[in-house]
Design a protein around this ligand. Structure first.
Ligand SMILES: Cc1ncc(C[n+]2csc(CCOP(=O)(O)OP(=O)(O)O)c2C)c(N)n1
Ligand SMILES: [Mg+2]
Length: 524
């Protein structure tokens, strides 16, 4: 079989993912219903070198598992699914239940964190075995790269007996062979926590090491009062502060300190944290990268940094110890941009027009990189973010927020791919006549995964791999879908159109959707 040469780090060498794809083919499994994520990128890349394997992109995991069931009922042999860690498998479970009742053979390939990344409890960490066991099928977790072929053989054999077989594929076995040993890290990777600071110790630390201290805020410390206390401490001591990457609820807008969030991309997070010798966790977890990447650290705490915790309530008394003049905020005139929509100007439109006391449900993903800057001077509002990395959260969370706070305008800033997992949320918005304005950031792609394909070292991916990350063929008309669910909807292609439609949507009661054609964001 032709070997893919698309893997930068291991050019000319077979990766674990290639072994799995080849072995599936050798055992007669040649269709793969897929909804991949970062941990599956090497499997995706391996498809370019395996033209006999037909990859079929499904936009929700329940579609992938149901399709595998239907396929096997007709073909009489299993198809594979490709699912993204526990949340991807969990989304596919109901149709795996149906497959089990039908005695359908199915082989799930479920990506997992690299073995050494698992004990960091990164956002997508979960008990995959427990979910797979729920199907009463078989679970296969290869212990090392050397076990991959046998694990595939056993999974296909088990499925062929009329069961749901789940093969768990850790990312480092997928990108091997450099890390062929799948042994978990022997030493705990969680940074040593030097313990809970009491007030005098915290004050002492800040007075003596101010410029080397980083406060990392999470939980209720990201309320307006918490951010104000943190800003007071940083102004007085030269310490820095960041908000955790995906806070459950963060206050923003005029009069609220615009404290940056820790970046999602580990490279950027490392830069933000550099120069820190004391990291003080205030309602936040110690920072780890979302995924493991070949040759890159999983633990984002800089070397030789002491990690401390401070109870959230203490931040207020701590702030009171420092004397700083009240910060003066000069009103900033809103920017009204123009021209074709791009990742920056759509956010500026929202920042300029956001109503008072709004709630933003933010699942804008890559299109949202400029949103914090663009909304810093908007009227005070709350932002709810995607906390666990399981996409499809934004529209349902907007429903809940609108029902919980019927007098507050809710704005769902929603990437296209993620919207489709839970798109029927629109119907509930219409039925309940909720005041929600949905802006679909329609970049016609799983853009983050196109970036991740490069970041995991799989460069120059071919058409087959890219087809699993592309949503342009056929392109999806969200305005038409919304109308079908009973939600009035429009299309916007320029900043001027978005502004006019956003104003109109906010003025009228009930839900509205704007399908905004936004150019893809690219780094640099
Ligand atoms: C439940 C679940 N399934 C799959 C994934 C893998 N995944 C991460 S981001 C992404 C695509 C996101 O695309 P979109 O929402 O359009 O945002 P964009 O990257 O284009 O900004 C996918 C499929 C996931 N995180 N969660
Ligand atoms: Mg997209």
């Amino acid at each position: 079989m032709r070997r893919s040469t698309s893997l930068r780090h291991y050019e000319g060498v077979t990766t674990g993912a290639q072994i799995v794809v080849e072995r599936l083919l050798a055992r007669g499994v040649d269709v793969c219903f897929a909804n991949p994520g970062t941990s599956e990128m090497h499997f995706v890349a391996a498809l370019d070198g395996a033209p006999q394997m037909r990859p079929v992109l499904c936009l929700f995991e329940g579609v992938a598992t149901g399709a595998a069931d239907g396929y096997a009922r007709i073909a009489g042999r299993p198809a594979a699914t490709l699912l993204h860690l526990g949340p991807g498998l969990a989304n596919g479970l109901a149709n795996l239940h149906n497959a089990r009742r039908a005695h359908t053979p199915v082989v799930n390939v479920v990506g997992d964190h690299a073995t050494y990344h698992k004990n960091l409890d990164a956002p997508l960490e979960s008990d995959i075995e427990a979910l797979a066991a729920w199907t009463r099928g078989s679970v296969h977790r290869p212990a090392s790269g050397a076990d991959l072929a046998t694990a595939v053989d056993e999974a296909v054999a088990s499925a062929t007996a009329g069961r749901v077989a789940t093969l768990i594929l850790p990312a480092n076995l997928s990108w091997g062979p450099a890390e062929l040993s799948g042994a978990p890290a022997s030493a705990p990777l969680q940074p040593a926590d030097t313990g809970e600071l009491d007030l005098p110790a915290a004050e002492d630390l800040l007075r003596h090491h101010g410029d080397k201290v980083m406060l990392l805020l999470g939980g209720s410390a990201t309320s307006a009062a918490g951010l104000q206390a943190a800003a007071r401490i940083t102004a007085a001591t030269g310490a820095r502060a960041l908000v955790e990457t995906f806070p459950a609820k963060v206050a923003r807008g005029r009069g609220i300190p615009a404290i940056d969030r820790l970046a999602y991309l580990a490279e950027q997070a490392e830069q933000q944290l550099s120069g820190t010798t004391h990291l003080v966790l205030i309602g936040a977890r110690s920072p780890v990268s979302f995924f493991a990447y070949p040759g890159k650290p999983s633990n984002l705490v800089p070397k030789d940094t002491e990690v401390h915790t401070l109870g959230i309530a203490k931040i207020y008394s701590l702030a009171a110890q420092f004397d700083v003049p009240e910060p003066q905020t000069t009103p900033v005139a809103p920017v009204f941009p123009s021209g074709p929509l791009n990742p920056q100007n759509w956010a500026e439109v929202i920042g300029a027009l956001l109503p008072d006391d709004a709630i933003i449900s933010d699942e804008a993903n890559t299109s949202g990189v400029f949103l914090p800057a663009a909304t810093a001077a908007a009227p005070p509002h709350d932002v709810l973010t995607l906390t666990g990395g399981a996409i499809g959260q934004g529209l349902p969370v907007a429903i809940g927020a609108a029902i919980a706070a019927p007098h507050r305008p809710v704005v769902a800033l929603q990437a296209d791919g993620s919207a489709l997992y839970t798109i029927s949320a629109l119907w509930t918005m219409a039925r309940e006549q909720l005041d929600i304005t949905v802006v679909i950031l329609n970049n016609h792609a799983y853009a983050i995964l196109q970036l991740e394909l490069h970041r995991v070292g799989a460069v120059a991916a071919g058409d087959r791999a890219r087809s699993l990350l592309d949503l342009a063929n056929p392109s999806i008309d969200f305005a038409a879908i919304a109308q079908g669910f009973g939600v009035p909807a429009t299309h916007a292609t320029t900043a001027e159109e978005l502004a006019a439609q956003f104003r109109a949507a906010l003025d009228e009661p009930g839900p509205h959707l704007i399908d905004a054609a936004v150019a893809q964001w690219s780094i640099g």
